[in-house]
Design a protein around this ligand. Sequence first.
Ligand code: UDP
Ligand code: MG
Length: 317
Amino acid sequence: MLKKLAIILPCYNEEEILPHTIRKMRALIRGMIKKKKISADSKICFVNDGSRDDTWNIIKKTCAKDKLFCAVNLSRNFGHQGAILAGMYEVCADVYVTIDADLQDNPDCIPQMLEKINSGCDIVYGVRDSRQTDSFFKRTTAVLYYRLLKFLGVNIVYNHADFRMMTKRAVETLKQFPERNLFLRAIVPLLGFKSAQVYYDRTARQAGETKYPLKKMVALAWNGVSNFSIVPLRLVTFLGFFVCFLSVLFLCFVIYRWSVRGTIVGWASMVTIITVFSGVQLVSLGIIGEYLAKIFVEVKKRPLFIVEDKIGFEQAC
Ligand code: UDP
Ligand code: MG
């Protein structure tokens, strides 16, 4: 039997690019239905993540005209990761693909991903082959970041973001992860299951600008480190031991000076010691605080997304 495919596209203020995305996805999915690769009730699902521009109106009009489309409207901006989850949890399908609405990740890989699913995989990761079109800053920070995560022992697919295909079974299993601080690209490998990778070149955004300003990027990057690794906390402990060791050495030096030349307590050395030690203590406290803050967010168990409207859904799951 043919599988029902659902394509999930999170959208935040994407009015400029949406008409292009709609055309491209419609042609692709129609083609796949025609070639009998997926079932005729497959869906393209937009998740409007609290956009303040015309995004929701464009989506509504598209859904009204064409049964291929459906949409979920979130009550406010929950962020990219929340929007992806909303789409996967609200739509019923056999296979899910998540892809950014700006189509920087090549949707033409979807048939190839489906082949991997049909051959027994539960998860297929879209992996960026080249980042020529990303800015120099984004490219270098991304490479350094993936290296850092690896060093910290976080299992993550190199150069994979959130373009991936998952079976219903994998999505159902994902629901067992109740984390509030979301970093899907590190959670999905924790599911286990057989997985594969499909490679593509990431292209430049054709319209609009990035919805991931530096602040959001840093927040997501920190989530990746602190949700999956306790190495920073351990580093604090090592740092503490190292500083203790240094202070013992310094104490020996002070005793030596005292015994040889009498006590000369210099202002400069005192100030240096105080500032260095205060700095180390504040950084250590800060890192512990960051982890505490995570626990604070987790224990409240607030919803990851709130659905305000749903359109284009014929059957309930
Ligand atoms: N996005 C979202 N909510 C947000 C920020 C972004 O749903 O709060 C969506 C956005 O519309 C796009 C995808 O997430 O479909 C990736 O964002 P973007 O292309 O701006 O990120 P970049 O490619 O620059 O990293
Ligand atoms: Mg993009």
